[in-house]
Design a protein around this ligand. Sequence first.
Ligand SMILES: Cc1cc2nc3c(=O)[nH]c(=O)nc-3n(C[C@H](O)[C@H](O)[C@H](O)COP(=O)(O)OP(=O)(O)OC[C@H]3O[C@@H](n4cnc5c(N)ncnc54)[C@H](O)[C@@H]3O)c2cc1C
Length: 528
Amino acid sequence: MSVSWPCETNHVNRETALIYIIGSGLSGVAAAAALVKRGFRPTILDAGVRAGPHSIALKSRLASAEPDAWTPEDLAQLKRTGPAASTGIPQKLLFGSNFAYRDVDRATSARFRRASILRSFAHGGFSNVWGAVIQPWPQAEFRCWPIGFQELAKHYSSVRELICPSGLSVRSSMQTHALHSDLERHQRQLDAEGVRFDYATLAVRTSDDDIGKACRHCGLCLYGCPYDSIFSAASQLSRMVRQGQVAYISDVLVDRISILSHGVRVEARSSKDNAPLTFNARTAFLAAGLLETVRIILNSGNFPPTPLCVQQSDIFTIPLLRYRSIPNISRERLHTLCQMIVEINDAAICADSVQLQLYGYNDLYSRILASRLGRLSYPLQPLIREVSERLVVAFGYLHSNVSSRVSVTRTRDGRLHVQGDVSHETKSIGHAIVRKLFRIRNCFRAAPIPLQLRFDDPGGGHRSGGCFPMKAVPAGLEADRWGRIRSLPGIHVVDSSVLPSLPAAPLAFTVMANAHRIASGCPIDNDD
Ligand SMILES: Cc1cc2nc3c(=O)[nH]c(=O)nc-3n(C[C@H](O)[C@H](O)[C@H](O)COP(=O)(O)OP(=O)(O)OC[C@H]3O[C@@H](n4cnc5c(N)ncnc54)[C@H](O)[C@@H]3O)c2cc1C
């Protein structure tokens, strides 16, 4: 067990022991930031898996120089990707390491049927590999929340300050500017078609500051940002620990939390040798990511084995081929995160808005095309280059209302069973969106490639939550506005597990704002 604060497991310094946060991902650090503002010094308990020495050394070599000085050997090492999903898109690694996805507790791994939801045990969770797209949710989404949009608005602002310190947006590529201009020229037709578009908002540092360097537009976003310009919970946490604002204990696997008369007892194991560990606290904030939060909550009470409903956003991908390429695009200094968001509101296709996240030119496209063509790729190099320079890939997301049903049940051996029931509606919506994109292709000056429409498994879009939805009048395993389940007072669930529904929009910004809201305002005994 490694501790970034002078405290022992069972005899912890009182100041730090009062409040535990379980998990160091985006929801955990958002809750921590709010608690620190309130005058507390929370302790984060975390599995805390980190990249291996090879990846750490690679990152520090790259971080110590400007992009022009990077060596081809280091770049070749960096550009490793993981296995491809059903959409054909390879898993994003960080400096060649898959540590963000590494399952260090096989004994409790969930079993899946027609669904795929990942859990992260990493220091910083999935924020190590996330795409950093942020967007507040539409006001209408809060109709089924126990709080209104206005109550969350100030927490959106606090989180934005935390994750976008420079305020300004990162510069989009020339290809994206050209696409945006093409869409603007057809604004009236697109309005009539219910199509809205905008540049993506990204949690990326855009000016050098005391904390780090700004984005250098080096085009490596899909492999790892050497300067941590892409916001990550891991670097935020390290800063908070350095400044003495929070304590951090890693190599801890929490299994359950029991309720005491004056607080809670967190029951855990060491991830190194399974030795039992306990931590007594005034209150605990649970930010372990959907599957682990569900496992810990279901272990913590005597609940009937009824399946819990997962709210999740189905995902599909569709490549679009621009009519023209941008000269010298492969040499342009650009970022390769999401470039643009397109929203389609067409009641004939879907009662809820469908969102497309557009990814423009990046060097992965030619690698994916070449691997699909196998031996033919060598003579077809010029064609591969031409196609990849014109390609824009749209990641389509659906509202949880119309997405596939997914349920999770705790089985007798304490593991979770995750069952997906693939929605036919998802397929028909995906196909209808492609037909629509084809019909309005001249507005985009890009044609979709219908044969390349791909659907991922339910849960594959990394947008899942809602097992303990917050309600004004909660019942059973529903949570109240402070993320508390009635039979488990003293535990505040602050990750996506408490979201009442998921629109077709990025999730993490809202999860962070909600975690920040709960930790800012929830009653804490002897609050002083
Ligand atoms: C490739 C990829 C791209 C993404 N892109 C975007 C995007 O652009 N925009 C967006 O909004 N979302 C995106 N997401 C989703 C987003 O990253 C997640 O919603 C978000 O990171 C979840 O944060 P979290 O803190 O709730 O949980 P996690 O990131 O899952 O973190 C869980 C934390 O809990 C700890 N933990 C887990 N179990 C235990 C245990 N039993 N005991 C102790 N500690 C434990 C882990 O160590 C970790 O620190 C993406 C996800 C992926 C994988």
